[in-house]
Design a protein around this ligand. Structure first.
Ligand code: NAD
Ligand code: A1AUG
Length: 541
């Protein structure tokens, strides 16, 4: 069918509130019980076939109850990776020949399945497997993922509509070809939505994909794959390989058909992948597109004109929701002395009263950090600041791994803005506060700009308009997502396109036209409608 079609206009999926007694709470609770009562085989899916990967097996557990095993998985081997590459290349001709509308319909159907019958399953898997509270699971696994799928269809249509001019006697067209080869999508533990978006965005544009999710996000990734299959995704278009990814990278990054990497995770992993691609560059068929969104050391700067309640709320939500394990989490705050005098006591008592525990108890505000590695890293930070003379722990500062990987929400006050608490991404519930003299606003802005290698998110809290404008100006390159009188987290697809620059990534803005453009290689077609039949020019006569 060649009609020019208009996919349904995208809308943001409304978040449900799961209030006590609500039907959505009852059905989610039932699903939590069902999932927790089983152990799943978290297999590879290659060419539509589910088979356990061939390497070392590992357990996927509930971070807040680490003795509870949700599923068993294994590291993909070189053989698994070769099979995934072969399956992607085999599926490519049919997939790219499929009309855009048919590909789009699969993702639109996936979005509707997710916002309807699959909602509880993806939310429950995200709560249990990644220790998200219900609100954090809902805005991620249900809303943001459905938003990615719906808005990407809308943005892809906008890409296709970008067409060149045609002069008299010619018709010029742009053919938005997918890349030649396969795309390697590598996804982090902390967002089910990001994990689902990274393989599907290139697929929507006609590419086939190898998807390597994080081992600790394995349960929700497994169900995302099942949901896509139910939506009609053909075998081989997205090939899921489980485990730590090392053997997969050995194979995929050395393959001449590697056409792109779609990564979200730490800066360190991304730099490693990029350096391997750089070292292999002469061996590829083309120049692989390397797209990566990575770490942050995200700031909140308050001005003397700040509303203290707005500031406190932005700090508590921005720093501690999902245990600070958002790349966007506020992890350094700069507060003028006059404001700190009015903020400190309330901030400390609010942070100390945040309920932390098993996320299936809906009263909790925080769950556990993701795994033993994260717990040990955060535990080390807390221990080291206990003996630091220039850092005070004013809230939290305790850890407990007896049942789950719990790190209490912690507020540190440091006098030296060059201290590692202000420069290193800890990726946990630790907020470092620097108290500055009210008259030093400009100096502090410059310090924030230059203080870290990152440039992901940041917020200014101020009522004085000139102070907002000054922060926006000085911090222009310090954040790819900049917030005024708000927390630096919680970007919404279609509203605040997300991504940062500097060491925080390539800033291709997930869920936007800019990202989708990376997955196409346009071909310009000129057709001469009335071609010349003689080679002479008028000036020659
Ligand atoms: N900027 C963003 O949009 C964004 C979003 C979410 C998370 N993050 C960042 O992600 C980090 C936390 O996530 P994480 O702990 O999952 O990050 P990570 O870098 O440890 O892991 C990310 C993914 O890379 C895989 N991986 C690691 N080495 C690999 C290799 N050699 N080959 C193939 N795969 C490999 C992991 O298994 C995982 O799937 C934080 O730094 C956070 O800021 C950034
Ligand atoms: N997009 C999310 C962060 C993703 C990183 O972990 C936010 O805006 O909070």
């Amino acid at each position: 069918m060649d009609a020019i079609t208009h996919p349904p206009a995208p809308r943001n999926e409304p978040a449900r509130d799961y209030a006590p007694g609500s039907p959505e709470r009852a059905s989610l609770t039932a699903e939590l019980t069902t999932l927790a009562g089983r152990q799943f085989e978290l297999t590879n899916t290659i060419d539509g076939e589910q088979r356990m990967a061939g390497g070392t097996t590992f357990e996927v557990v509930q971070p807040h109850r680490h003795a509870h095993v949700l599923g068993v998985s294994a590291n993909a081997t070189h053989e698994d990776a070769k099979a995934a590459v072969a399956a992607s290349l085999r599926a490519a001709p049919d997939w790219r020949a499929m009309p855009f509308d048919e590909r789009a319909a699969i993702l639109l159907r996936a979005a509707d399945l997710l916002s309807g019958p699959w909602r509880d399953k993806l939310n429950a898997a995200t709560m249990l497997g990644q220790s998200k509270t219900v609100v954090q699971a809902e805005i991620d696994a249900a809303c943001e993922l459905a938003d990615f799928w719906r808005f990407n269809v809308h943005f892809a249509r906008q890409v296709q509509e970008q067409q060149p001019q045609s002069g008299p006697g010619t018709w010029n067209r742009l053919d938005y070809r997918p890349l030649e080869g396969f795309v390697y999508a590598i996804t982090p533990f902390n967002f089910t939505a990001i994990a689902g978006n990274l393989p599907t965005a290139p697929a929507l544009m006609g590419n086939t994909v190898i998807w390597k999710p994080s081992p600790t996000q394995g349960l929700a990734a497994h169900f995302t794959m099942r949901l896509l299959e139910e939506a009609g995704l053909p075998p081989g278009v997205i090939n899921l390989v489980t485990g730590d990814g090392r053997a997969v990278s050995d194979v995929a990054l050395a393959d001449p058909d590697l056409a792109g990497i779609h990564f979200t995770g730490s800066t360190r992993t991304f730099q490693h992948l990029w350096s391997v691609v750089g070292a292999n560059i002469a061996g590829y068929r083309g120049y692989p597109r390397v797209v990566g969104e990575t770490g942050g050391k995200d700031f909140v700067v308050a001005h003397a004109s700040a509303d203290v309640d707005v500031l406190r709320t932005a700090l508590v939500r921005g720093a501690f929701e999902y245990q600070g394990q958002k790349c966007s989490a506020a992890s350094r705050a700069f507060v003028p002395r006059s404001v700190w005098a009015r903020l400190k006591d309330d901030l400390v008592s609010e942070v100390e009263s945040l309920a932390m525990g098993d996320v299936t108890d809906f009263r909790n505000f925080l769950g556990a950090v993701i795994d033993r590695r994260a717990f040990d890293r955060l535990d080390r930070v807390v221990r080291s600041v206990r003996s630091a003379s220039d850092v005070d722990i004013v809230a939290g500062g305790t850890t407990d791994d007896s049942e789950g990987f719990f790190v209490a929400p912690t507020v540190l006050v440091g006098t030296d803005p060059g201290h590692e608490i202000f420069t290193t991404e800890f990726f946990g519930p630790i907020l470092a506060v620097h108290v500055y003299e009210d008259t030093d606003y400009d100096r502090v802005l410059r310090q924030i700009d230059q203080g870290t290698a990152y440039g992901l998110t940041g917020a200014v809290v101020a009522n004085d308009r000139a102070a907002v404008q000054r922060a926006s100006e000085v911090l222009r390159f310090a954040a790819g997502n900049f917030y005024v009188n708000d927390k630096p987290t919680g970007a919404v697809v279609g509203q605040q396109p997300f991504g940062g620059a500097r060491a925080s990534g390539t800033n291709d803005k997930a869920g936007s036209i800019y990202n989708l453009l990376r997955w196409v290689s346009p071909r310009a077609i000129k057709e001469n409608l009335c071609p010349p039949v003689a080679s002479g020019y008028p000036h020659q006569s």
